[in-house]
Design a protein around this ligand. Structure first.
Ligand code: BTN
Length: 257
């Protein structure tokens, strides 16, 4: 059971998580908040589910998460037009918020994988899925979905990238309430940073991305591109140095060469 009171005591935000919906089971927290008809349309609303029956990953993959052990939640952002100017940098803010929370609370070293995965010891402990709805080319509604493997003790099946959890890496289970509050506290701060000091947020992200400068392969559907991970640009796109020059990459899965 998730203890909402214990979470609430640690939450220091003004907007994010102030409207909090907790549910035992849902199809997908992202799907729920993307639907204007289903969701309460309050900016900063969080939906946390103990179990998702249709958890969604990036690129139409499935997100598996053992019930009652992890954090699977989504955040609704509606009014924040200044944040929507840089939707891809929301990935950076979110992955940094999770990574810093894990490092500060549990002293585990994390690594960020472009565009938004959080790794511990080279294995994925958090995935992020941003979905948005636009009107006349402008984002009206954005849902930030975050899945953190917290206390899951084993992973069965085949994965696109090797998974792990905080519990596996730390050797003990941890309090989900404290972790969620810390992630949201960080996130609100980083959103403010994104609005006022975008370049400094990008620098923070780059500091924690240890594949920067390495030889990588980017896979998007069937297409593979190899080169040096040269940099990220002001929009959060990856710059790949190939023999033909610098190429801007918008989507894809990064793997080390
Ligand atoms: C990925 O790495 O592929 C992204 C995974 C995102 C999973 C989270 S769990 C909460 C939210 N609801 C969903 O259906 N997906 C996201």
């Amino acid at each position: 059971m998730f203890n909402i009171e214990a979470f609430d005591i640690k939450l220091n935000t003004e907007i994010i998580g102030r409207n909090f919906i907790y549910t035992e089971e849902i199809d997908s927290t992202n799907k729920y908040l993307m639907s204007k008809e289903r969701a309460q349309n309050i900016n900063g609303t969080i939906v946390l589910a103990e179990k998702q029956t249709q958890g969604k990953g990036r690129k139409d993959r499935v997100w598996y998460s053992a019930p009652d052990s992890n954090l699977t939640f989504s955040i609704l952002l509606t009014k924040d037009k200044s944040l929507f100017k840089n939707p891809d940098l929301i990935n950076f803010a979110a992955s940094l918020a999770v990574a810093s929370a894990i490092e500060n609370l549990f002293q585990l070293r994390t690594d960020l994988k472009w565009p938004n995965d959080v790794l511990i010891n080279g294995k994925k402990t958090c995935g992020i899925l941003i979905e948005s709805a636009s009107q006349s080319g402008k984002i009206e509604r954005l849902v930030l979905g975050i899945g953190v493997n917290v206390n899951q003790n084993s992973f069965q099946g085949t994965f696109n990238y090797p998974p792990t959890s905080i519990r596996i890496e730390l050797g003990r289970s941890v309090e989900r309430e404290k972790l969620l509050a810390e992630i949201l506290n960080n996130l609100e701060e980083l959103f403010n940073k994104l609005k006022s000091e975008k370049n400094s947020l990008i620098e923070d992200w780059k500091q924690k991305c240890r594949t920067l400068g390495s030889r990588i392969t980017i896979t998007d559907d069937e297409i593979e591109k190899s080169g040096i991970f040269y940099d990220v640009d002001e929009n959060g796109f990856l710059l790949l140095q190939t023999k033909d020059g610098i190429e801007k990459i918008h989507f894809g899965d990064v793997s080390l060469h």
